[in-house]
Design a binder for this molecule. Structure first.
Ligand code: ARG
Length: 460
């Protein structure tokens, strides 16, 4: 049985259930690299400040590096009774190097140590998310470029609204993921602050040099207030919020592909590699990957809520409640990374059914606005044009016709201003080409948007 590193004050052994209940080693062991990196920087600083000797520093560093290797070789024995990753490593260090190991914890507490470990871990993870987001964004731009010219129905209220380019639709997601990228980068600024040196909550009486530690660990800033440093987890919460928003974007897109792959839409064929069959219905090809992408959004949202609820009732400063921050965070990070990776691989392999999309784009009176706009250019006020076209649509519905199938005479019944040039203005292609306003769906606007996206990707 490993001896408790804080055992001095206690006369009774710990209850076994209590021990299992409080241990976090089962999940915080994934912070081992960060914990060791933090301890090495701390030891260097302690020696520089004359708090430990250079020889003690060297023994500590060597010991910690060996422990890292033991863990990576799978030889390290994590002990539940040693609670967490900090005490497991420190205990082993002392086992290996004796007295010097017992000096490592001078001028720090597990409270600032865990804050450091999470920040080191999270900034690495955010880096990974940023690079996955870049892959996703590049995949969207490439697909948009490849599919340029394909027309699909644009929807509002899930009713066909106006025809748009498929590329324009794809680039809408490019914008969402670009904002996600900004959110993570912004979040990173507040993650990237050194907490070590706050100690338990009040700072330390030893002459430490926090700025030196920050330099060693590549933190651009040092936290300002020791109580705040160990008490808050807002950087985790905002990261979970950014993850939730990103997962929401992925989920909406997944939902669209699921719908589009159904026979009812027939807009896409999903790559076999990302679908599964049914165990009972031989004809089926199910969009499981996309469904799970949509479903796993729940886990990410769940993490955000867990973090918020853990923190909401805690008076300052540290409480063990905060140990509950990790599993939710880890799970959300793992989930989001997996979703982004899959999405980036899947999108370029989707086969878009241009004919079905184009056909659907022509239905549902999707060029009604273009007819109204035509009338406006003939001098009819928009509201009157709107009404005239609305009446024409009702007539079409009764007759089972499309607007473009009405004769000139029929059209003039609703709007006498209609000229014989009207038909060219109410084709689907014309409707798309006409929307040349900045950020609109006209091919040259979309082409320009692709160009801007390409430049943005090249700069990042
Ligand atoms: N395992 C703890 C956590 O995750 C580390 C800090 C423990 N500090 C303490 N005083 N019990 O928050």
């Amino acid at each position: 049985m490993a001896k408790k590193l804080w055992g001095g004050r206690f006369s009774q052994p710990r209850d076994q259930l209590a021990e299992q209940f409080t241990a976090s080693i089962g999940f915080d062991r994934r912070l081992y690299k960060h914990d060791i990196a933090g301890s090495i920087a701390h030891a260097k600083m302690l020696a520089k400040q004359g708090i430990i000797s250079p020889s003690e520093r060297d023994q500590i560093i060597r010991g910690l590096e060996e422990i890292r290797e033991e863990i990576e070789r799978g030889e390290f024995e994590f002990k539940l009774e040693l609670e967490d990753i900090h005490l497991n490593i420190e205990h082993r260090l002392t086992e290996k190097i004796g007295e010097a190991g017992r000096k490592l914890h001078t001028a720090r507490s597990r409270n600032d140590q865990i804050a450091l470990d999470i920040r080191l871990y999270l900034r690495e993870e955010i880096g990974a998310i940023l690079s996955l987001l870049d892959t996703v964004r590049a995949a969207l731009v490439e697909t948009a470029e490849r599919e340029l010219g394909v027309i699909m129905p644009g929807y509002t209220h899930l009713q066909r609204a106006q025809p748009v380019l498929l590329s324009h639709h794809l680039l809408a997601y490019y914008q969402m993921f670009s904002r996600d990228r900004e959110r993570f980068q912004d979040c990173l600024k507040r993650v990237n602050v050194l907490p070590l040196g706050a100690a338990a909550l009040a700072g330390t009486s030893f002459p430490i040099d926090r700025h030196y530690v920050a330099e060693l660990l590549d933190f651009p800033a040092v936290s300002e207030n020791s109580i705040d440093t160990v008490a808050d987890r807002d950087f985790i919460i905002e990261c979970c919020a950014a993850m939730s928003i990103c997962a929401m974007h992925l989920s909406r897109s997944a939902e669209e592909y699921i719908n589009w792959s159904s026979a009812e839409f027939g807009f896409v064929e999903l790559p076999d590699a990302f679908t599964t069959g049914s165990s009972i219905m031989p004809q089926k090809k199910n969009p499981d990957v996309l469904e799970l992408m949509r479903g796993k959004t729940a886990r990410v949202y769940g993490a955000l809520l867990r973090e918020l609820v853990v923190m909401k009732g805690l008076p300052l400063a540290y409480h063990s409640d905060m140990q509950e921050d990790k599993e939710a965070l880890f799970d959300a990070l793992d989930t989001l990374k997996a979703c982004l990776e899959l999405y980036g691989a899947l999108v370029p392999q989707v086969k878009f059914q241009a004919v079905a999309m184009r056909q659907a784009a022509g239905g549902g009176y999707s060029t009604a606005t273009d007819l109204a706009d035509y009338l406006v250019r003939q001098g009819v006020p928009f509201r009157s044009a709107h009404e005239a076209v609305g009446t024409a649509v009702r007539y079409c519905l009764e007759q089972g016709k499309e607007l473009s199938e009405l004769s000139l005479e029929e059209l003039r019944r609703f709007a006498p201003q209609v000229g014989d040039d009207v038909y060219q203005y109410i084709t689907v292609e014309r409707a798309v080409a006409a929307r040349r306003s900045y950020g609109g769906t006209a091919p040259e606007q979309v082409q320009a948007a692709i160009e801007r996206a390409r430049q943005e990707l090249a700069r990042q």
